[in-house]
Design a protein around this ligand. Structure first.
Ligand SMILES: Nc1ncnc2c1ncn2[C@@H]1O[C@H](COP(=O)(O)OP(=O)(O)OP(=O)(O)O)[C@@H](O)[C@H]1O
Length: 285
């Protein structure tokens, strides 16, 4: 939804961020993503995120959630270009060169993705991988660095033994915890989590999500949580933004959207989440 031209005219102004008097940490304004051939995949998306706020970005597969995240990180794949404005802690990401992006990534913002192996080096033990960002961010060495690695593992409920393991030697849930520890080791102001639990077993999903929730709120870190499951995302976020085929169709307080969705697409997402819950209750012993 562009600020000049709301897609849903009857909709009231979307809920304001929780914190009104501080500038947004992330200000996405009229963000479009285009293919080299000219086709547009994301159409003028706008939203803001205040420091410490949690925003859920939801929508079906292919609605543009990951492209939004990648554009915010300045990580769009070759052949795709971003247009509009993405201000992250005052730095313009659209059109920025790598040097400027390097200053922002891993300091202001870091990310976890659906597949933790993308973030982990298969040839390096977990402890060494974790030590890299901690050393860079906090300047620790030797025993102090080893202690900080242990603490970082402990925070994501991994035993110190995991430090000596290679990524293929631990489970998918443990790998996602390790990837989360790496993202948090940078002490970013904003964590972007793109479907962080989708590839995990249902029971492990709940554990990792609860962990993510606790760690983000404990650090007053802002969170952009991307997912297709409205019930899951709404449970962890203050506000929701709903994407449909590359356009933002609704945004507001998570509880308001779940209770009274305005846009037909959002209504369908809420109804399908409710139908799933009802089926789950019916099947549960
Ligand atoms: N590199 C690319 N080149 C061309 N089209 C792309 C590229 N990456 C994504 N797309 C297209 O852009 C649209 C949005 O993709 P995106 O990955 O953002 O969706 P998504 O909402 O994250 O979906 P999912 O939940 O399946 O990850 C889709 O139609 C997808 O096919």
């Amino acid at each position: 939804m562009s600020r000049e031209e709301p897609t849903v005219p009857e909709q009231p102004t979307p809920a304001e961020p929780v914190t009104r008097d501080v500038p947004p940490l992330l200000d996405v304004d009229g963000l479009s993503v285009r293919q080299a051939g000219g086709g547009e995949l994301l159409h003028g998306v706008s939203f803001t995120l205040a420091p410490g706020e949690r925003l859920g970005l939801i929508g079906e597969s292919g609605s543009g959630k990951s492209l939004t995240a990648l554009a915010v990180l300045g990580l769009l794949p070759a052949g795709l270009s971003a247009h509009g404005s993405v201000l992250l802690a005052g730095t313009q990401i659209v059109g920025a060169r790598d040097r400027r992006l390097d200053r922002v990534r891993g300091r202001t913002v870091s990310a976890v993705f659906q597949e933790p192996l993308t973030a982990l080096d298969p040839l390096m033990r977990i402890g060494r991988q974790l030590a890299g960002p901690i050393r860079r961010r906090r300047g620790l060495r030797g025993g102090a660095l080893r202690a900080a690695v242990s603490t970082a593992l402990d925070e994501v409920r991994l035993s110190a033994r995991v430090a000596g393991a290679y990524p293929h030697e631990i489970s998918g849930g443990q790998r996602q915890r390790a990837a989360l520890a790496m993202a948090l080791a940078c002490e970013p102001d904003l964590l972007i989590a793109d479907e962080p639990t989708t590839a995990l077993d249902v029971t492990v999903q709940a554990e990792v999500l609860a962990l993510l929730n606790g760690l983000v709120s404990g650090r007053s870190m802002a969170l952009l949580l991307i997912g297709h499951d409205l019930a899951v995302v709404a449970g962890v976020t203050d506000r929701l933004a709903v994407l449909e085929r590359g356009s933002l169709v609704e945004s507001g307080r998570a509880e308001d959207i779940v209770r009274a969705p305005r846009h037909p697409y959002t209504r369908a997402l809420v109804e399908s989440a409710e139908a799933f819950e009802a089926e789950f209750d019916r099947l549960a012993p």
